[in-house]
Ligand binder design. Structure first.
Ligand code: SPV
Ligand code: MG
Length: 522
């Protein structure tokens, strides 16, 4: 079956044909030129390479007259083999060729010269399965049956793997006569374009090996494209076409997009999934009244990007991609396309724990919770993700030196089982740091630091958090509770809370001084 590009070749294979005819007429027409060797042989070769890449069944190239003499033929055969084309048919006419159905009495090639071309081609192939088919044009040119048989025999003796006997009569009589006279000396190939009325079984019975439907895909697309184009031109709309032409999905399927998807899974690095993130950004930010008329403090600009935008990006860079923000004050000001939001519309009379409780905590995977007014580096998220604990706080050991500490600022102190920085090789596994005290009791602890407002819960930790929220809800303390209150409940549940120490390198924005510092921080 004829094909003239990668798409049509794939459609031919899809239908079940065992071979593809790389028609000269169709390929030239699809390229917008005539079937007179106007496209160079390497241009045709390029088309065949796409056809070959797109399919797995053999392609027989319409090699016209071989694009020159025996020498050009040798090179053609080698190049076709390199591109995975299975064979070539050459016709005994003169370069530049003319399609067999144009005019009468076309001149034919010298028998010996053409036989030499076949020999040269056969001597050049390195794959034993490569086929060279000699196409006899004597009947087309009106030179008679005897001449056709004489030529076919000469070409067979020169090494042709099969003879293509061509006819432009509207009935198959001369083809059947030739076949009878030929008597099976080598396989025969026919192109029943003009004598299409003869049933295929007749040729089967006669012993024809191969039939070529030479140009019917090309002619079909001319019709289909004309109809579609004319319709759109006249209707100035494609609405009526949808449903009547193949869908874009169909196009993707023919292109085998699925295979690329599977390959991406095999070869592309998998995005790290460190679970969900939850950012508490419901409050206005009392000490920043002047800056927060129209937006919550989480949306304050820090050198061209809102604080919250920076925070979300930091989380995402740390593999926490699915981020949910709890909004409250001026909630419409928070509308990034890549976050989910939930709202705490009672933000004025409720606290952080209540905001947290508005979110759907994930059933599976980890959950990282951050206050909406802090900034820190992605390496902090990475450290958190490595924690073996079900609940882990990020604690600043150097909190006294934090330049953003304004007076009267709330510091959430945490007592810790060991000091920070025993030595730089100390890792979590050797000397896990855990929480020994929270709230007021932490002030008296031997080792302590400031919780920066960032906490990670494992899947089990998240389940415990849910329980703590339920507990606070049940005893009426949820509305006013802070996150440390929930952490205290987790400790009461017997959960050991881990600590990831940092030493500065973060900030929160509580007042105008903090805001100025934040603008220097990034
Ligand atoms: C072609 O398809 O280009 C052919 C077959 O050569 S025919 O047009 O029948 O000559
Ligand atoms: Mg042709």
């Amino acid at each position: 079956m004829e094909a003239h590009n990668g798409l049509s070749a794939r459609i031919v294979e899809e239908a079940g044909f065992k071979g593809i005819w790389g028609s000269g007429l169709s390929i030239s027409a699809a390229l917008g030129v005539r079937d007179n060797n106007e496209a160079s042989w390497t241009q045709v070769l390029e088309v065949l390479e796409f056809m070959s890449d797109a399919t797995t069944v053999p392609i027989l190239m319409d090699g016209d007259t071989g694009f020159g003499n025996f020498n050009n033929m040798r090179r053609l055969v080698r190049k076709l083999e390199q591109r995975g084309v299975g064979g070539v048919a050459i016709e005994d006419k003169l370069f530049p060729k003319t399609n067999s159905f144009i005019g009468e009495g076309q001149p034919l090639a010298d028998i010996e010269e053409f036989s030499g071309k076949i020999k040269a081609g056969k001597d050049s192939q390195s794959d034993d399965d490569f086929c060279i088919i000699a196409r006899v044009e004597a009947l087309i040119a009106g030179w008679g049956m005897a001449e056709a048989l004489k030529r076919a025999e000469a070409y067979r003796q020169a090494g042709a793997d099969a003879i293509l006997i061509h006819s432009k009569k509207s009935v198959a009589d001369e083809i059947l006569t030739f076949t009878k006279e030929w008597a099976g000396r080598s396989p025969l190939v026919i192109v029943p374009t003009t004598y299409a009325g003869t049933p295929t079984q007749t040729f089967r019975d006669a012993g024809i090996s191969l039939m070529i439907w030479a140009n019917h895909n090309l002619r079909s697309i001319i019709g289909a494209m004309r109809e579609t184009t004319r319709h759109i031109f006249e209707a100035e709309s494609v609405a009526a076409l949808e449903g009547n032409i193949p869908s874009v999905k169909d196009v993707f399927a023919i292109q085998n997009s699925q295979e690329l998807k599977e390959a991406e899974d095999r070869y592309l690095p998998k995005p790290v999934d460190n679970g969900q993130g939850l950012i508490l950004a419901a409050s206005r930010g009392g000490a920043l009244e002047h800056f927060t008329k129209d937006q919550p403090k989480s949306m304050l600009d820090i050198r061209g990007r809102p604080l919250l935008r920076r925070l979300v990006d930091t989380m995402r860079n740390g593999g926490v991609r699915d981020v949910c923000v709890v909004r409250g004050y001026r909630k419409d000001a928070i509308d990034f396309p890549d976050i989910r939001t939930v709202d705490n519309d009672r933000y004025e009379e409720t606290g952080e724990a209540f905001s947290l409780a508005q979110a759907d905590l994930p059933e599976s995977g980890a959950l990282t919770v951050a206050y909406g007014d802090i900034l820190f580096s992605p390496s902090v998220v990475e450290k958190l993700n490595a924690s073996p604990h079900d609940v882990t706080l990020v604690v600043d050991a150097d909190y006294g030196k934090n330049p953003t500490h304004g007076d009267g600022r709330q510091v959430d102190l945490v007592g810790v089982s060991r000091p920070h920085g025993v030595d730089f090789l100390t890792d979590e596994e050797d000397a896990p740091a855990t929480v020994t005290a929270l709230g007021d009791a932490a002030g008296d602890a031997e080792n302590k630091g400031e919780w920066i407002g960032l906490v990670r819960f494992s899947q089990a930790g998240t389940a415990a958090l849910r329980q703590a929220i339920e507990g606070a809800g049940a005893d009426g303390s949820l509305e006013k509770a802070r996150i440390p209150d929930l952490l205290a409940r987790l400790r009461e549940q017997g959960i050991e809370i881990g600590v990831v120490y940092i030493s500065g390198g973060w900030l929160d924005v509580d007042d105008a001084f903090d805001l100025a510092a934040a603008r220097n921080f990034v």
